[in-house]
Design a protein around this ligand. Structure first.
Ligand SMILES: Cc1cc2nc3c(=O)[nH]c(=O)nc-3n(C[C@H](O)[C@H](O)[C@H](O)COP(=O)(O)O)c2cc1C
Length: 474
């Protein structure tokens, strides 16, 4: 069987997720496996046509990627946009996905990709969501083997899933103009500032005038951050350097914007045209780049509303994503304006009125299942990152490369095992990066381990920045 792996990790071949594909390749030598890396397509190095040809030549496609902020990484989101943009259909192609994560909203990531694959006609086979490190354990290896046998069975027997999501409505016009009231923007109440985050294109009069209508309708001052105009070099590279240094190694305007515009805002309006079941890759860059540096918290604890064009009905996963992220950040959801009632102006007025009320009364979200489970899984993520940083303190580019190599070394060892083609008798390989003993989460002091050339205070403050429980008493 001809298999194409589309590797969506910003770490390319150094991706931990990608090691699972390599494992399948070693374990099932009859598999004819080829690989393409989305980085080369999302940055424009490779022509999209070659990706289309590669998919056409395969019987089965595997999307392999890490979960970033409950979704695919921004680079893969961009790849999907460009890939769908070719207009090609893949009715006879089977497709599946493999991810690694701490399972913090892996479901929304899987469904985002599936919804897009259904749009292109793919025959979707259920994917595999592994925890980081699973592949190094007997149980994880067994899961991979069983999963792969199931995938092969599906392809051989012609079995695939059916979509239960609505189809994307791309017919929402750009030219509509929404009327606004005659309030004066400069006279709005300065007690609070609402940040409108959008990626409104120049020709999108409908979105632009909807934002203007909201700004006139709401009681407080507003500022607009148009991601189209923001200097963003690239998505998160997954290096974790920002955890120690508190800032990203990419020199563009993202860090500054997160600090100066987002942190100081009292509320947020997300104003987007729904694109490929999401809001476009630019907002994903902003989210990914804030996640590990601690700046992700700047999105939280702020009443938030959504102005979304493109038909939210049928976009179950996008709604789940939005609600769960709000729960994660304990932000009160002030509502959605989508124009689907046929009266966008009234929807916007209601959204604005709710936002004004929530701000004035300082409403916040009482955590439900999503909020509480997010908090616990983010804590898991913290442990993973904390231990990774203890063993691989990344403060320089060389250090970053070395850390990635060290993280991969147990996988290399596994993939070199001579008995890989034999039955399931693999020794568990202990890996330092996720088996940190006895961490007391209430007391985040770092165990006494001698690590040369690192500033332990930097790590400690980074850990505190990442820690959703910091500041709380037990
Ligand atoms: C920017 C960023 C965002 C992340 N977001 C999530 C998340 O939302 N949920 C989760 O479970 N893990 C999250 N993780 C953890 C990664 O999924 C995990 O480290 C993964 O194993 C990395 O895989 P890779 O080596 O294949 O790139 C995130 C990591 C990074 C760097």
């Amino acid at each position: 069987m001809k298999v194409l792996v589309i590797n969506g990790s910003p770490k390319g071949e150094k991706s931990i997720t990608f090691q699972t594909c390599r494992y399948i390749y070693r374990k099932f030598p009859e598999t004819d496996m080829h690989v393409i890396h989305v980085l080369k397509y999302s940055d424009g190095t490779e022509d999209m046509e070659s990706a289309v040809e590669a998919v056409k030549a395969a019987d089965l496609v595997i999307f392999s990627y890490p979960v970033y902020v409950g979704m695919a990484p921004a680079q893969l989101v961009r790849f999907i946009e460009l890939f769908k943009g070719t207009g090609e259909r893949f009715e006879d192609k089977y497709v599946t996905q493999i991810t690694t994560s701490v399972h913090l909203f892996d479901i929304t990531a899987h469904r985002y990709l599936e919804d897009n694959l259904y749009d292109m006609g793919f025959r979707v086979i259920r994917g595999l969501s592994l925890s980081t490190g699973d592949l190094l354990k007997n149980k994880g290896q067994l899961d991979v083997v069983r999963y792969w046998n199931y995938v092969v069975h599906c392809v051989n027997e012609g079995i695939y899933n059916r979509s239960f999501s609505g189809r994307e409505n791309k017919d929402i016009p750009f030219g509509i103009s929404v009327k606004h009231n005659d309030s004066v923007l400069s006279e709005k109440d300065p007690m609070y500032r609402i940040l409108v985050i959008t990626d409104c294109a120049k020709n999108d009069e409908y979105l632009r005038s909807s934002i203007v209508a909201f700004r006139h309708s709401v009681k407080y001052t507003t500022t607009v951050l148009n991601l189209h105009e923001l200097n963003m070099e690239s998505g998160c590279t997954g290096c974790y350097r920002c955890i120690v240094q508190g800032k990203c190694h990419i020199h563009d305007s993202v860090d500054h914007t997160l600090e100066k515009q987002l942190k100081t805002a009292d509320a947020i309006l997300y104003a987007f045209r729904i694109k490929d079941h999401f809001g476009g890759y630019r907002i994903k860059i902003l989210m990914d780049r804030s996640f590990c540096s601690g700046k992700y918290d700047h999105f939280g604890k702020k009443p938030s509303g959504f102005l979304l064009l493109g038909g939210l009905t049928g976009e179950d996963n996008l709604r789940l994503f939005a609600e769960s992220k709000m729960q994660e950040g304990k932000s009160f959801v002030t509502g959605y304006a989508t124009g689907e009632s046929g009266d966008m102006a009234s929807e916007i007025d209601m959204l604005a009125s709710n936002m004004s009320y929530a701000l004035y009364h300082r409403l916040s979200m009482t955590p439900d299942f999503y909020g509480i489970s997010s908090e616990k899984l983010r804590r898991d993520m913290l442990i993973y990152v904390q231990t990774t940083m203890l063993y691989h303190p990344v403060t320089t580019v060389t250090g970053m490369k070395k850390a990635q190599e060290e993280l991969l070394s147990p996988y290399e060892k596994l993939l070199k095992e001579r008995n890989i083609e034999e039955e399931m008798e693999f020794p568990d390989i202990s890996i330092p990066d996720i088996s940190m003993p006895d961490i007391n989460l209430n007391d985040l002091s770092i165990p006494e381990i001698h690590i040369p050339e690192i500033d332990i205070n930097k790590i400690r403050s980074a850990v505190n920045r990442m820690n959703p429980l910091s500041g709380k008493k037990n």
